[in-house]
Design a protein around this ligand. Structure first.
Ligand SMILES: *Cc1c(COP(=O)(O)O)cnc(C)c1O
Length: 392
């Protein structure tokens, strides 16, 4: 489809999927090789090796060929058995949602749930594990995207590891946009994807799987096998000499390959720094405009998404519609519990550039003014610029 000035946004500043890097879009157009062509098998092995480097893993990651919900559901189906007691940590819609999958595989589900503008306290996790020694699996969402808040997964991971439970982490919308990786939080299954901070389209899931998680899944007779939900089927698929369980998404693997090259080429620290700076500039502007952040404290506000509380009396859908109609800027809404209560400005991959903070604040403030809610766009831009300039 060609660009259409009447229907295409000027800038998509969502919390994923995000607009892909132009180089990634070009890579999607590479020749679609036959999956059993030795050239593709070698290519696939190299992409998995590159992904291992990017995920800073000491063993090989797994790619599943569907967007990241596939990896999350597969993790629940493969790792959790009826004999497990699962402690699900919910600070938002995704964290809560993982509990529903976990409940399919075990009747023993416990939960710590906090208001969706707060983060999970590792001390509360430690206390629950002390009170319930039978807890064998803990699940947590790192960045609960519909809230724009970050959970302290490294501290939580240390507590869970001390207890000996398995840890499942959803890092779909944080990985690649900040300093996080599976072994740092001692995750047994760490789920991420290309369609948020790595700036590729939605179609794959990448998983870090610990050696003991492989062992637990293999010992689980109910773990999916010969199934789209299987992780086990893909254990050896990285190898150029092993068959694929079914046809991998060849074009998407090419897109991922380019996204990984861009990430390594720029340097992860630089990538994380521009995510953090874009978010900091946006937060400064939001406050200078007289608006409130959704996150209870700035310390838990995500570097990859800024969630702005909807002012009293404003229809959030109308606010986003005005931003799109007047300025061609697309924001994300909340989801589930947070729908209608906040607007999300994504800083992910190609949109994690400080100048986009200025565009976002202009469109948000302009739309609010149009709806009769006074917001000083000038103050917001001044505040954002001073954050950006201080970092220069
Ligand atoms: C985007 C995202 C996923 C993937 O799920 P979709 O809702 O299908 O996009 C999973 N977890 C988190 C935290 C995400 O942000």
């Amino acid at each position: 489809m060609r660009y259409s000035p009447d229907t295409d946004p000027v800038i998509t500043l969502t919390s994923g999927p995000v607009n892909a890097y132009p180089d990634v879009l070009r890579a999607l157009g590479r020749t679609v090789l036959y999956d059993y062509d030795p050239a593709f098998q070698l290519h696939y092995e190299r992409v998995i090796d590159k992904l291992q480097t990017v995920m800073r893993l000491s063993n090989r990651p797994v790619v599943l060929h569907g967007e990241p919900v596939l990896g999350l559901e597969a993790a629940a189906a493969s790792l959790i058995t009826a004999g497990d007691t699962v402690l699900n940590l919910a600070s938002g819609v995704y964290g809560k949602g993982f509990g529903y999958w976990a409940a399919r595989y075990t009747p023993n589900l416990d939960e710590i749930e906090v208001p969706y503008n707060q983060a999970i306290d590792p001390e509360a996790v430690a206390a629950r594990l002390r009170a319930r020694p039978e807890i064998s699996v803990v699940s947590v969402c790192h960045h609960d995207t519909p809230s724009g808040t970050i959970n302290p997964i490294e501290a939580i991971g240390a507590v869970v590891a001390a207890h000996g439970a398995y840890l499942i982490v959803d890092a779909v919308s944080s990985f690649g946009g900040m300093d996080t990786h599976p072994e740092a939080c001692r995750a047994d299954i760490y789920v991420t994807g290309p369609n948020k901070c790595l700036g590729a389209p939605p179609a794959l899931t990448m998983l870090g799987v610990s050696p003991r998680a492989w062992a637990k899944m293999k010992a689980n007779p109910a773990a999916p096998r010969a199934s789209m939900l299987s992780i086990l089927d893909w254990e050896n698929a990285w190898s150029r000499t092993e068959p694929f369980p079914f046809t991998p998404s060849v074009a998407e693997v090419n897109g991922l390959d380019m996204a990984l090259d861009l990430y390594l080429g720029e340097g992860p620290e630089r990538v994380w720094a521009r995510h953090a700076l874009t978010a900091a500039a946006t937060r400064a502007g939001v406050r200078a405009m007289g608006l409130e952040l959704w996150a209870a404290t700035e310390a838990i506000a995500s570097p990859t998404t800024t969630a702005v509380r909807t002012p009293e009396g404003i229809d959030e859908a109308a606010l986003r519609a005005a931003a799109r109609a007047r300025y061609g800027v697309v924001f994300s809404s909340g989801r589930g519990e947070t729908l209608g209560k906040l607007t999300r400005i994504g800083h992910m991959g190609p949109t994690a550039q400080p100048i986009y903070a200025v565009a976002a604040l202009t469109a948000l403030g302009g739309a609010l003014n149009g709806l009769g809610h006074p917001a000083s766009v000038g103050n917001a831009i001044e505040a954002a610029l001073s954050v950006i300039d201080a970092a220069a």
